[in-house]
Design a protein around this ligand. Structure first.
Ligand code: FES
Length: 251
């Protein structure tokens, strides 16, 4: 590839150098003890039974073993491979593709600060830098009390509430440096703040089990749904009698 003056431009491929790209093996369980395996097999059987082809259950099974260890370990990958009759390479290829699968130990709360373009200019970069100082950790590192893992994340499709912080994938909208500091303090003190929308927070391992499709015991008080900012365009369109042009016949 060349630039405007014909000079060579080099594009770096692969993950950013500051991000982990290997599964942590040192100290990680290599295989599960029989009682853990037996317990996980019950859950795995239920999950696999929902799919016509067992290999389709790989994503939820990866969440299941992440719920056991807080990250993907050799034991977890091996378990998925055996349950689904996939090779280790097939499991690793999928596991290393998605950023929701963790490659190192994760604290009780995974705090993701969106530093994608819109959130960044609206304060996401400042929030991320402030939390690094406040918590004394870098990207993808966990506080010494094991409570908080800090991570910068890409767009979470909540740009209308920028800057957004996610805790265990629940939204905290319209954050500021100050509110984000208060948020992580609440997580470390054991009295976590409630998300702006969605269900109350639970610990990361529990979140992973819910993502695996296991029962979600949290109260559903109708916290979800689109908010005013998301619906602003629709409201303006309705107020002005605007309609999308109809497509070709039959579409
Ligand atoms: S840029 Fe942050 S949610 Fe989209």
């Amino acid at each position: 590839m060349t630039g405007p003056q014909g000079e060579p431009v080099f594009l770096r491929l692969g993950p950013p150098p500051e991000e982990p790209n290997q599964f942590v093996v040192e100290g990680a369980p290599q295989t599960y003890p029989p009682e853990v395996r037996a317990r996980l097999e019950v859950d795995a059987k239920e999950i696999i039974g929902r799919y016509p082809n067992k290999r389709s259950a790989l994503l939820p099974l990866l969440h299941l073993v992440q719920g056991e260890d807080s990250y993907l370990t050799p034991a977890g990958l091996e378990f998925c491979s055996e349950q689904l009759e996939l090779t280790g390479a097939e499991v690793s290829a999928v596991a290393s593709f998605y950023t929701m699968y963790r490659r190192g130990p994760t604290g009780d709360y995974l705090v993701g600060v969106c530093t994608n373009t819109l959130c960044a200019v609206m304060g996401g970069d400042a929030i991320f830098d402030a939390l690094k100082d406040h918590l004394g950790v870098g990207n993808d590192e966990t506080t010494s009390d094991g409570k908080v893992t800090l991570q910068h994340i890409e767009c979470n499709a909540a740009c209308d509430y920028a800057p957004v912080v996610m805790v265990n994938w629940e939204f905290f909208d319209n954050q500021t440096v100050e509110s984000a500091r208060e948020l992580v303090d609440s997580l470390r003190s054991g009295t976590p703040k409630a998300p702006t929308r969605g269900a109350p927070l639970c610990a990361f391992r529990e979140t992973s089990r819910i993502l695996a499709g296991m029962p979600d015991q949290r109260p559903d008080d109708g916290q979800g749904g689109a908010g005013a900012a998301t619906l602003a365009g629709l409201r303006v369109a309705q107020e002005n009698g605007m309609q999308a042009p109809s497509g070709p016949e039959g579409q």
